[in-house]
Write a new protein. Structure first.
Length: 130
């Protein structure tokens, strides 16, 4: 009897993990404002917009939020595995961005990604705007 439970478990796991992948993709969609801990006096806020595989990066003037400038564009692929989620960025003008980032946290209000580079780590934290 236990053999049937094990077989059933292996048959249902792929369905479970594929639905988690879609849920995380839905969570990623929208506008994310970067938490700029490096320079709290920066006159700009920075936003990344994820929409259907396309990424657009903006810079918004804090003193006049209607002034919004596109700083970069590219594409992304969110890959979810049972123990790890990654965010692959491609075709941005900054070659450093064009890597596979580890997703540390992704929920309906917060996104944290990290990239291991030679000599250190780049971390980016975002809060959901829309």
């Amino acid at each position: 009897m236990n053999k049937y439970y094990v077989i059933l478990l292996f048959l249902t796991l792929p369905v479970f993990f594929s639905s988690c992948s879609k849920d995380e993709e839905d969570l990623l969609q929208g506008t994310w404002e970067r938490v700029n801990v490096e320079n709290i006096n920066d006159p700009y806020t920075y936003e990344w917009v994820f929409s259907g595989g396309e990424l657009t990066m903006y810079r918004r003037l804090k003193s006049n939020s209607s002034i919004l400038t596109i700083t970069d564009t590219g594409f992304y692929l969110l890959e979810t595995r049972p123990l790890k989620t990654t965010l692959q960025l491609v075709e941005t003008s900054n070659e450093v961005w064009n890597e596979k980032w580890d997703v540390v946290k992704l929920d309906d209000g917060q996104l944290i990604i990290k990239l291991d580079i030679e000599g250190g780590i780049i971390m980016r934290e975002f809060v959901k705007k829309i």
